[in-house]
Ligand binder design. Structure first.
Ligand code: HEC
Ligand SMILES: [Cu+2]
Length: 367
């Protein structure tokens, strides 16, 4: 009996050894290669700046982002500590109890049913999970259930394939892709509360330095808020795959000083400038399908499928950050949107060169 089990364990050891050597050969190499590739990709991604800046969740500039930052550092330290303890014990056990020639392939003494050990590894993880759960619940509550002060700024964000619509219902302003909000001085806070909607499919609003990530879902109303402490420009990105051009759905948030913000609002509230020197371009705009998809307040155009163009030239970029808002890019965009954003939902309008030039001249006046 004894001899038989001894032979079985010897057999097991032999199988084990051959497994180890296979692992050491191809498996281990593949594993190392995998880890190497992952690290390289992570490095590439981490160093890929969006619009020249890399938004980091560890550099918060607004209360919800700060709560998330503190909380993630807490979770990272708890899990880091667990990792250290477990890995130290693991390495200790592997080294101290490794198989030696003197063991002659015999199995070590088997220990069954230690109540103390069972209790320890049941109770300690439960305590850790309870602590993490309570800390999570506290942060979620502080972010999600924050009351909206009466003087907060309301903005409705509508996700579109593949651009952002921003409506300020109490101010009568509609714009796209570049969100302007005021600084919220901690002594006299003026937070911005966003209502998140979607016109087509799922999108996700994520500006890492200002707040967490919240999805925009068809037939559902979501909310989030932010109270940036200083005037600065923050970037973010649609964080939910929403179609081919999901990656070109940049978000830019301009946090303005109160006086700059008020001036911006006043300018946006105006209807489009009328400039008779570009009347030809306006006529082309108003007599083609442009007006079915775009609004220019003060003209016949009131389409809502595409961005509001009333103050197009007040934006630094077009097509959700896909290109700088220059004359050449505008022309290229109208001639062939796919050249800038393949798969965008604006069709190439097949205009003659002369019409194109007149149209771009007109658009350039929309300050
Ligand atoms: C079928 C609807 C449709 C028609 C017709 C259309 N557009 Fe568009 N347009 C869009 C959509 C959708 C976008 C946003 C594309 C994106 O960013 O992915 C857009 C974006 C734009 C932009 C960039 C705006 C910004 O702030 O990013 C300009 C400028 C523009 N269109 C001009 C025109 C002109 C001029 C015409 C007529 C010659 C026209 N469009 C016809 C749907 C349309
Ligand atoms: Cu999206």
């Amino acid at each position: 009996m004894l001899r038989r089990s001894g032979r079985r364990s010897q057999l097991n050891t032999a199988r084990h050894n051959s497994l180890l050597s296979t692992l050491r050969g191809s498996g281990l190499r593949a594993l190392l290669l995998g880890i190497g590739l992952f690290l390289a990709a992570a490095l590439c991604f981490a160093s890929q700046p969006i619009d020249g800046r890399v938004p980091s969740i560890f550099d918060p500039h607004s209360t919800p982002a700060k709560s998330i930052d503190h909380f993630s550092l807490f979770v990272l330290s708890v899990t880091g500590l667990i990792f250290l303890v477990v890995f130290t014990l693991l390495i200790f056990a592997v080294v101290k109890y490794r198989m030696r020639p003197a063991d002659a392939g015999r199995e070590p003494t088997q220990v069954y049913g230690s109540t103390q050990i069972e209790l320890a590894w049941t109770v300690i993880p439960i305590l850790i999970v309870v602590v993490l759960f309570l800390a999570t619940a506290r942060v979620i509550h502080s972010v999600e259930d924050a009351p909206e002060p009466a003087h907060a700024l309301d903005v409705t964000v509508i996700g579109h394939q593949f651009w952002w619509e921003f409506r300020y219902p109490r101010l009568g302003v509609v714009t796209a892709n570049e969100l302007h909000i005021p600084v919220s001085d901690p002594a006299n806070p003026r937070p911005t509360f966003l209502t998140l909607l979607s016109a087509d499919t799922d999108h996700s609003f994520w500006v890492p330095q200002l707040a967490g990530k919240t999805d925009l879902i068809p037939n559902r109303v979501n909310h989030m808020w932010m109270d940036p402490y200083q005037a600065e420009v923050f970037v973010g990105q649609c964080a939910q795959y929403c179609g081919t051009q999901h990656a070109k759905m940049l978000l830019t948030v301009y946090v303005d000083n109160p006086s700059d913000f008020d001036a911006w609002v006043r300018a946006q509230q105006q209807t489009a400038v009328r400039d008779d020197s570009v009347a030809a371009g306006q006529r082309i705009f108003e007599s083609t399908a442009c007006i079915n998809c775009h609004a220019i307040r003060g003209t016949a155009a009131d389409g809502r499928f595409g961005p509001d163009l009333t103050h197009l030239m007040s934006r630094r970029t077009i097509a959700s950050g896909a290109a700088e808002n220059t004359k050449a890019n505008l022309r290229l965009w109208i001639q062939q949107p796919d050249a800038i954003k393949p798969g965008s939902l604006m069709p190439a309008m097949q205009l003659s060169n002369a019409d194109l030039d007149a149209l771009v001249d007109y658009l350039e006046t929309l300050r």
